[in-house]
Design a protein around this ligand. Structure first.
Ligand SMILES: Cc1cc2nc3c(=O)[nH]c(=O)nc-3n(C[C@H](O)[C@H](O)[C@H](O)COP(=O)(O)OP(=O)(O)OC[C@H]3O[C@@H](n4cnc5c(N)ncnc54)[C@H](O)[C@@H]3O)c2cc1C
Length: 468
């Protein structure tokens, strides 16, 4: 970064030059956007529910540039909202509209380097702005892939996935994003570059700093590069969708395929309303008989996995109808993966999206109670989720603005009563910030706040996210 010009009268650096000019000296002026039209796409989130304001959108290329941008913002008291693919569903990638502190959006869109793959240790380092799809495309050339998969794979970035500790459809098999993380490079609020970078699966020297930044939602540091493990691409799989009359049948099927010697690669649940909705948007119905719920399982195993699946389905009470196909069975997956998109296109108001989890034993009751809340309030509920992880995506359509808060609160109270979590995988963002304390003790919350204060004493990293 070029040194600041010196004011001839005082001999001190001339800080009066506009912020955008100084940011431009760091990243190149064409990568500092200040024009309202150019910034618009960075200031509204994927759901359309969150629109913010910023003095500039800054698009650095390297960790050094990020460090210089963060350092300048620290000096000038400017807040920073890190943004990856902007596919987050809780408003965390958008600065607030009415903030007292001016903010920039720091976009990682240009940070797309992928290192050479370590095929022995099965790991790779990537810059924060690499999309999941780009990582998978590169890893597949080595017969590997990333262990986490999301329907937003074309846009979601590794930096965003680590920052939200994304879960996704393969979590039941390989764990969440935190479990894939071996090392991290990140810029702290004071502009220093923190690097913990060893492709070791065992490293117990002190605190798990990469693990701490996973799920921190841009509030502790700006992630610039991550070192992640890769997993072998799955061989042949079998995918089935079963129409079932109760959520408990989905859980029984997961146990049954495991007891029969198969490995569950993914286990998803949908409802009749959701399958009808995606069908209205041109997606085929998976089976002809209607049922209250549909479970999609992808399994791997021995050569005769398809026969084993047929036997399992045959012996499972509560299965109304089923279809079995060899993987990847993209048409069957499309039924599940089209939910988020179809929901976004069907609601008359911004969708109230609440991503929650409950213990598996409570799942059937929680599904029933959550659907009943929406019925009471006259909005349209679409529930689906990663059933093997106890994760329900509660989507409430056509919710009047004045009912958003009370409905959200009712959903979270149901979840909390079952010992669940108000954020299974999307994070807290701005959407759930009023409820961060629900289900966390005062000491637990205090500990989180102490970490935040230690790493970001001026509160400039994503203010208003995670904590009010
Ligand atoms: C169709 C669809 C399907 C989805 N399915 C799933 C799913 O199955 N499971 C799941 O977990 N999520 C899912 N999501 C949500 C979303 O894709 C994930 O949360 C994803 O991890 C966000 O990545 P991103 O790059 O878009 O991050 P963004 O949306 O840009 O940001 C998300 C958060 O991370 C922070 N952040 C981003 N980059 C950085 C960085 N470099 N350093 C520090 N903080 C950063 C932001 O400030 C923000 O708080 C889905 C979204 C869509 C639209």
């Amino acid at each position: 970064m070029a040194p600041d010009p010196v004011d001839s009268a005082s001999g001190r650096p001339d800080v009066s030059r506009s912020l955008s000019e100084r940011l431009g000296e760091i990243v190149g002026s064409s990568h500092v956007l200040t024009d309202a039209d150019a910034m618009a796409g960075y200031l509204t989130d994927w759901t359309g529910r969150w629109t913010g304001s910023a003095v500039a959108v800054v698009r650095p290329l390297t960790a050094d540039e990020v460090a210089a941008v963060v350092g300048l913002c620290a000096d000038e008291g400017i807040a920073i909202c890190p943004q990856g693919g902007n596919t987050g569903l809780v408003g965390g990638s958008i600065p607030p509209a009415d903030a007292s502190t001016p903010a920039i959006v720091l976009s990682t869109a240009r940070m797309t380097d992928i290192d050479e793959i370590d095929t022995v240790g099965r790991s790779v380092g990537v810059q924060a702005g690499v999309t999941l799809a780009a990582l998978d495309a590169r890893a597949s050339s080595a017969g590997l892939r990333f262990g986490v998969d999301l329907a937003s794979r074309e846009s979601a970035t590794l930096g965003g996935m680590v920052a939200t500790n994304a879960g996704g459809t393969r979590m039941i098999r390989h764990g969440n994003t935190r479990s894939q993380l071996l090392g991290i490079e990140a810029v702290r609020a004071d502009g220093q570059i923190l690097r913990r970078w060893r492709s070791l699966v065992k490293d117990n020297v002190g605190y798990d700093v990469p693990g701490l930044l996973a799920g921190s939602e841009g509030t502790l540091a700006v992630i610039t590069r991550v070192l992640v493990r890769l997993v072998p691409t799955t061989g042949a799989t079998v995918v089935f969708v079963a129409a079932i009359d109760d959520v408990s049948v989905a859980l029984a099927l997961i146990d049954a395929v495991s007891d029969a010697g198969l490995t569950t690669e993914a286990a998803e649940i949908m409802t009749q309303a959701g399958v009808d909705l995606v069908h209205d948007h041109g997606v085929r119905r998976p089976v002809s008989s209607p049922a209250q719920f549909y479970v999609l399982l992808e399994v791997s195993g021995p050569h005769d996995a398809e026969d084993v699946v047929l036997q399992v389905l045959d012996g499972q009470p509560g299965v109304v109808d089923a279809v079995v196909e060899p993987g990847p069975a993209r048409d069957l997956w499309l039924v599940r993966e089209s939910h988020t998109e179809s929901i976004a296109r069907s609601t008359t108001t911004p969708v109230v999206k609440l991503d929650v989890s409950v213990p598996l034993r409570a799942l059937p009751a929680a599904f029933a109670e959550l659907a009943a809340i929406a019925d009471d309030d006259d909005c349209r509920p679409i529930l689906f989720g990663h059933v093997g992880d106890g994760n329900i995506h509660v989507n409430l359509l056509d919710v009047a603005e004045e009912s958003v808060e009370s409905l959200t609160d009712r959903v979270f109270r149901v979840v909390s009563a079952h010992g669940g979590s108000i954020s299974a995988e999307h994070g807290i963002g701005r959407a759930k910030v009023a409820w961060t304390g629900l289900g966390r003790s005062a000491v637990d919350l205090d500990t989180m706040k102490a970490i935040k204060t230690a790493l970001d004493p001026a509160g400039l990293l994503n203010p208003g996210v995670l904590f009010e």
